[in-house]
Design a protein around this ligand. Structure first.
Ligand code: SME
Length: 160
């Protein structure tokens, strides 16, 4: 059993430090990328409040393919450049979207989503996946959330 008990009232920087530490601990010594992504998706769900979806899309044969996640069943394949995830993957830049309905080409997998944060995961300069967080609240994510998830992406890029 893994007993991580995040305190949602603590400062975000501390919460994200704990999240990355937990992700490193839980993936340590495990080589199976699917198992590691599944556990990291569960940690995201446990640590980050006000989410309706959290998980991975993986780069497979030039397009994004759904990976382990928490939340409702989602779109399976996303072409590069399409939707928030596809733009993050193509640009290799974090996408912080305060209102998904104002984002051209946003792909609505769960109608509850109002804001979204998508962070590319790079390994040796190659895009291997994106981490996607959706929230039912407008403007749920800020620069501290983006930095926290970018730190997580760096922490797990060799084990997924
Ligand atoms: N909204 C995303 C699609 C993935 S779901 O949110 C899980 C997008 O526009 O890329």
């Amino acid at each position: 059993m893994y007993a991580f008990e995040p305190d949602p009232a603590q400062p975000k920087a501390e919460l994200y430090r704990e999240l990355s530490d937990a992700a490193r601990a839980i993936t340590s010594g495990e080589r199976d990328g699917v198992a590691n992504m599944a556990n990291v998706a569960a940690l995201l769900w446990q640590f980050v409040p006000q989410l309706n979806w959290a998980g991975f899309y993986r780069m497979v044969d030039g397009e994004l393919v759904l990976g382990p996640f928490q939340g409702k069943a989602a779109c399976i394949r996303i072409p590069l450049g399409q939707g928030v995830c596809g733009v993050a993957a193509q640009s290799r830049e974090t996408q912080l979207v305060e209102d998904v309905h104002a984002f051209p080409g946003h792909i609505a997998c769960d109608g509850a989503s109002q804001s979204e944060l998508v962070v590319p995961v790079l390994r040796d300069g190659q895009l291997i996946a994106v981490i996607d967080l959706d929230s039912p609240e407008l403007a749920r994510f800020d620069a501290e959330d983006a930095q926290g998830i970018e730190a997580l992406a760096a922490a797990i890029s060799r084990v997924i």
